[in-house]
Design a protein around this ligand. Structure first.
Ligand SMILES: Cc1cc2nc3c(=O)[nH]c(=O)nc-3n(C[C@H](O)[C@H](O)[C@H](O)COP(=O)(O)OP(=O)(O)OC[C@H]3O[C@@H](n4cnc5c(N)ncnc54)[C@H](O)[C@@H]3O)c2cc1C
Length: 336
């Protein structure tokens, strides 16, 4: 592999909403920036879990679909052309004698940088897949681990396996457009907001509890029916299905980053009020950050990102101003 020894001012780990806005603000501070994202696409939890949901708690935006917010953040981040690397999990951290930080991807790729901003949420997210060979065969056909486009389920017989807030939300959103929706959950109680659970139970959604998904049946291409099993009586039922959605949670893990010497609390990285971590030149923003009164909201991360960038700027250039010029006056933006 040809090595690229170019040194960046800032390398942001994580291309979720906060990583993207942080990349924009790095441009405001004229910092040469790279974003590294483990998943094949940008947007973090918003793209993974709620692209179609309307977000209503960002100041000045009464309501915006998750995917639209990510599109706008991508456009905003692109203002200053940061380099973006997808499909790479940052694993290693080392500091050279001149202070340069070398990050290593899990396949050995090297990234040279003066500072690092952790915008990695609580780590890499991997869905818990249904453990069967058949599940692997049907994944991406009519077995789904997420709902990207509601329209794809229009007029279909949908079975959802899972009982967390996301499963409940999908059931409620699909019920008006699908031919039928059946939710199969191994416990009597559901996660999620009480009002959403009540709405689901009062709707035409068929709720099967305590049942677990046992077997998938179909041809080479598609699942045609599933067998569900009552967890107490063992009674089985076959359900015909056009689309199966599995929402059995996900694994989230900081992985090798836990070995870097960062102070970690409740799975997140401790930050001071400048968003500095205990490692010199390493800053944190968004869900990755831990401090008293931290709000795990997108709006909160939109302040932490610029704070982390200003700290990174001071680290690479101690004489620099302590914040960027307002965007309304910024010399690179006024003529846009
Ligand atoms: C169902 C649900 C609904 C929500 N609704 C709202 C809402 O209405 N309003 C609101 O404000 N917030 C909401 N949130 C919270 C919001 O999603 C988070 O606060 C937000 O996504 C945090 O953004 P982030 O960029 O800090 O982290 P994330 O979105 O978690 O993104 C982190 C990114 O870093 C990547 N990454 C992690 N480790 C590595 C590594 N080692 N190398 C490379 N990449 C890595 C991950 O793959 C991920 O893409 C909701 C969350 C959920 C789950």
């Amino acid at each position: 592999m040809a090595e690229n020894h170019e040194i960046y001012d800032v390398t942001i780990i994580g291309g979720g909403p906060i990583g993207l806005f942080t990349a924009f603000y790095c441009g405001m501070r004229e910092l040469k920036t790279k974003v590294i994202e483990f998943l094949p696409r940008l947007g973090g939890k918003v793209s993974l879990f709620f692209p179609e949901k309307i977000i209503r708690d960002i100041g000045g935006i009464p309501g915006i679909a998750g995917k639209q917010l990510i599109e706008q953040l991508k456009e905003q981040a692109a203002t200053f052309d940061p380099d973006i690397v997808l499909n790479q999990r940052v694993a290693g951290f080392e500091r050279l004698s001149d202070g340069t930080i070398v990050l290593t991807g899990s396949k050995g790729e090297k990234h040279y940088t003066r500072t690092v901003i952790l915008a990695c949420g609580m780590g890499t997210l991997e869905v818990n897949e249904f453990d069967s060979e058949d599940a692997t065969r049907y994944a991406g056909k009519n077995l789904h681990y997420g709902v990207e486009k509601l329209d794809a389920f229009k007029g279909k017989r949908v079975v959802i396996s899972g009982g967390g807030d996301t499963a409940v939300d999908w059931a409620n959103e699909l019920e008006p457009i699908a031919a039928s929706v059946t939710v199969v959950h191994r416990r009597e109680e559901f996660g999620g907001m009480e009002s959403s659970v009540t709405k689901m139970k009062r709707s035409a959604v068929r709720v099967l509890t305590p049942y677990r998904l046992e077997q998938l049946r179909g041809d080479e291409e598609r699942i045609q029916s599933v067998t569900v099993c009552h967890t107490v009586s063992g009674q089985r039922e076959d359900l015909e299905v056009d689309e199966l959605i599995i929402n059995h949670g996900f694994k989230i893990d900081l992985g090798p980053m836990k070995e870097w010497g960062l102070e970690i609390e409740e799975g997140r990285v401790k930050a001071d009020r400048h968003m500095r971590t205990n490692l010199p030149g390493v800053f944190v923003a968004g869900d990755a950050a831990f401090y008293e009164s931290k709000l795990r909201l997108i709006a909160g991360g939109f302040t932490e990102g610029p704070t982390a960038v200003n700290s990174a700027k001071a680290y690479v250039d101690p004489k620099a101003e302590n914040m960027a010029m307002y965007s309304t006056h910024h010399k690179k933006l006024v003529h846009k």
